[in-house]
Design a protein around this ligand. Structure first.
Ligand SMILES: C[S@@+](CC[C@H](N)C(=O)[O-])C[C@H]1O[C@@H](n2cnc3c(N)ncnc32)[C@H](O)[C@@H]1O
Length: 249
């Protein structure tokens, strides 16, 4: 991939959206295996920590943006028990893998998978208890627009949650990490998934993405309240949580 991907629109989709879409269509079948390999299975611990922080109750509803192969969507469906959980993604290939996992868990009556764009959600205002995005915000052309959409579709008092890769700050760790992330990781992508360019996208996508404090500020600028930001595994990942104002309380 070149570094020239901008957000200029031509035929409705920006070059970044088109490129990201092609990346995920191409790696969908290997996505779950590569997640385990590349993160040394740390993503499982991050997801567990996130679910604990969300503290979902029976019957809660959620929309999981950029749901991909549905790991988080499935966890929320299990935690909520009865509330409808929507998973939204623009890659049919990723959704297809997710659909298989949802069926295997017997959750197909409980999870609705929708092909759509996180930049413009096909849902009314104030509908869900939670809006989540896992490792997706870094991939969209305008993360502020996506945060505004997440805030729009959650009910007053609802929670907007983002789990995403972030930028470690401690110098010795930072040096080692970036060596791994920028140099070794694309090689592992080539070795295990036969995709080099697609895995080079991962470090590229983080370069223009805000660090932990900046993203917390973006949550506040969107109008979200009680914003919390958690650093995970030395800052490699971060969890951000914000609440939509509830004027009734
Ligand atoms: C790194 S994967 C994350 C998948 C999943 N959330 C997880 O936690 O493993 C990013 C996903 O975002 C989706 N995506 C990227 N940009 C999108 C957009 N603008 N609208 C909808 N989905 C998008 C991709 O198709 C891909 O499935």
């Amino acid at each position: 991939m070149d570094n020239e991907i901008s957000n200029v629109k031509h035929d409705g989709r920006s070059p970044k959206e088109k490129y990201v879409h092609s990346v995920f269509e191409s790696i969908a079948g290997k996505y779950d295996m590569m997640n385990d390999i590349l993160s040394f299975r740390r993503h499982k611990a991050w997801r567990k920590f996130t679910m604990n922080r969300m503290n979902m109750r029976q019957g809660d509803t959620a929309i999981d943006l950029c749901c991909g192969t549905c790991d988080w969507t499935i966890s929320m469906a299990k935690a909520s028990g009865t509330g409808e959980i929507v998973g939204l993604d623009f890659s049919e290939g990723m959704l297809e893998v997710g659909r298989g996992k949802v069926a295997k868990e017997g959750l197909q009556d409980h999870i609705r998978l929708v092909q759509g764009n996180a930049m413009s959600l096909p849902f009314a205002d104030n509908q869900f208890d939670y809006a989540t995005i896992g490792f997706g915000l870094r991939n969209v052309p305008d993360y502020m627009q996506v945060l505004r959409e997440m805030k729009r579709v959650v009910k007053p008092g609802g929670m907007v949650v983002c789990l995403e890769l972030s930028k470690p700050t401690w110098q010795p760790f930072k040096f080692l990490y970036y060596f791994y992330f920028e140099k070794l990781l694309p090689l592992l992508g080539k070795m295990f998934a036969k995709r080099y360019e697609q895995y080079k996208w991962l470090p590229e996508s983080l370069k223009l993405f805000p660090g932990r404090e900046e993203l917390a500020e973006a949550f506040r600028q969107t109008g979200l309240q009680e914003v919390q930001a958690f650093s995970l595994t030395g800052g490699i990942a971060a969890l951000h949580i914000g609440i939509k104002e509830n004027l009734d309380v």
